[in-house]
Design a protein around this ligand. Structure first.
Ligand code: MF3
Ligand code: CO
Ligand code: CO
Length: 249
């Protein structure tokens, strides 16, 4: 495992990339409405990011064909934008990376479309809560397992299941660096966090069972039982006394 410590200059660059990612999410929110296609959302994100002299680095990553992963309802991750129109009651996850000056940022939010079933609204709120519970464990001396464990405990306390096949990750000049940051595990295990480490934390929680399957397109992961899944992600750095969200305002 090769875990890098980023310098102040590198963190400043990552914050710049992360801020563009945040702004792109802010920009797209009003367009997430009944009738919009996921392709239209992808194009708006692409154009916005490029305008900031940045690159939407999902595009072409291991052959991924779009600038954003757009996953609806039971699609957990890596939905491919297309002609699908959003419907009343859908939830939609927008997960994309922004590269600027050679540094990556990674951020996901789950958005509501129209009137959403209250159990599903709760799933979305609780997945955001699970991300926050994970981030609260980020401080020097704590371990990656403390983050994983906090997310798992939070998810189970709220009656949700944790998708185990996909993890958070280190991030820097590469979108995916060491360490892996699972969304379940034992406290007081794993890599010890140090100031200057940067990780993407990203719980994916299901309303039904935890099991997932891959669609025939080779990218999109869906819940096996068809239950809705929510996902939130931030890129955070370890500071002297805690953490800072780099994909923020
Ligand atoms: N953003 C995803 C993550 O959270 C990775 C997407 S890779 C892509 O790690 F190729 F699907 F874009
Ligand atoms: Co992501
Ligand atoms: Co990620």
């Amino acid at each position: 495992m090769k875990v890098t410590i980023k310098s102040k200059r590198e963190i400043d660059l990552m914050r710049e990339a992360g801020h563009i990612n945040f702004l792109a999410h802010q920009m797209i929110e009003p367009y997430i409405k009944v009738g919009v296609t996921t392709k239209e959302l992808d194009k708006r994100i692409h154009d916005f990011v490029v305008k900031q002299d940045a690159y939407p680095s999902c595009l072409g990553y291991e052959g991924f064909p779009a600038s954003a992963c757009i996953s609806v309802n039971d699609e957990v991750v890596h939905g491919i934008p297309g002609n699908r129109k959003l419907k009343n009651g859908d939830i939609v996850k927008l997960d994309f990376t922004v590269r600027k000056n050679g540094y990556e940022s990674d951020m996901t939010r789950t958005y509501l479309v129209g009137e959403v079933d209250e159990r599903v609204v709760q799933l979305v709120q609780d997945t955001k809560g699970a991300l926050e519970a994970g981030m609260e464990m980020v401080k020097p001396g704590n371990q990656v397992g403390d983050i994983s464990h906090a997310i798992e405990v939070y998810a189970h306390a709220h009656g949700l299941s944790v998708v185990e096949e996909l993890c958070g990750h280190g991030i820097g000049t590469d979108m995916h660096e060491d360490p892996e940051v699972p969304n379940f595990g034992e406290a007081h295990t794993g890599l010890v966090l140090k100031p200057g480490m940067v990780i993407a934390i990203e719980p994916m929680l299901n309303l039904g069972k935890k099991d997932v399957v891959m669609l025939e397109n080779g990218w999109t992961v869906v819940s096996e039982d068809g239950s809705p899944s929510a996902h939130f992600e931030h890129t955070v750095c370890v500071t002297e006394d805690g953490y800072e969200i780099l994909t923020g305002e």
